[in-house]
Write a protein that binds this ligand. Structure first.
Ligand SMILES: C[S@@+](CC[C@H](N)C(=O)[O-])C[C@H]1O[C@@H](n2cnc3c(N)ncnc32)[C@H](O)[C@@H]1O
Length: 227
């Protein structure tokens, strides 16, 4: 099982409630999904939608939106906010199952797979692959990088890329955090064609703690010639 129960606790305490679309997701979708958007419609699956920050973007684009999220508390809130999506936003563990019909044009994940260990991420990427149409696109944003300062925080959990029990910073109280490097990402995405892979590094000067944030954005395609 991939889902860290700490997330349910965060949402019952009303923390981690991001409700505005993430700017990297907006840019990546417009940069890499023109054929899907211009066709109109299209089906999108979000893995770990949290408080639903990205929902307004996909609705504005006229796409049919589906999501799997591990926290029952946040899914209940989303069901109240978007009653027409009650059958489309499900409680579940995306490293184990995908309850919807396949044939998705797009699967997106912003900082959700990266809260699981390597084995669970591999499962989730396989499920996403099987859920996509031929030529469908996977967008992963904010997969934390080994160059993130908090890679040295907390303690090792399950494998060399995964840590847990961070006591300070933004990863405190959220369970597992996975940190990738280029080689690891290429290894995880062997089945896909990698379209774009970028690492974002941000150093903080104020407050003066010199903290470095680092994460990856990756866009990958399910090849057209898979059986
Ligand atoms: C950092 S939050 C990101 C939320 C949202 N994607 C956003 O960008 O605002 C990570 C989310 O992934 C969910 N999550 C992590 N692992 C999961 C799993 N294995 N199955 C289902 N949900 C999971 C957590 O419950 C949490 O809502």
């Amino acid at each position: 099982m991939g889902f860290s129960s700490e997330w349910e606790q965060r949402y019952t305490e009303n923390t981690h409630l991001s409700v505005w679309p993430w700017s990297d997701i907006v840019s990546l979708v417009h940069r890499h999904c023109k054929p899907i958007i211009s066709k109109g419609g299209g089906r999108i699956l979000e893995l770990g939608c949290g408080a639903g920050a990205n929902i307004p973007l996909f609705r504005a684009l006229g796409m049919e939106y589906f999501a799997i999220e591990g926290s029952p508390t946040i899914v209940k809130q989303l069901n109240q906010r978007y009653p027409d999506l009650v059958d489309n936003i499900m409680v579940g563990d995306f490293t184990l199952e995908q309850p919807f019909e396949c044939d998705f044009d797009l699967v997106i994940d912003r900082a959700a797979l990266t809260h699981n260990n390597t084995a669970s991420i591999k499962n989730a990427l396989q499920i996403a692959f099987d859920s996509l149409k031929l030529g469908g696109i996977f967008i992963g944003s904010d997969w934390f990088s080994k160059n993130h300062d908090d890679f040295s925080g907390g303690e090792v959990s399950d494998d060399e890329f995964t840590r847990t029990n961070h006591t300070k910073g933004s990863f405190a109280g959220v369970g597992k955090v996975h940190f990738s490097n280029e080689r690891h990402l290429r290894d995880l995405f062997t089945q896909y064609e990698i379209v774009s892979m970028e690492e974002k590094l941000m150093r903080r000067y104020e407050p003066k703690d010199n903290h470095q944030f680092a994460s990856w954005n990756i866009v990958a395609r399910k090849p057209f010639n898979v059986r």
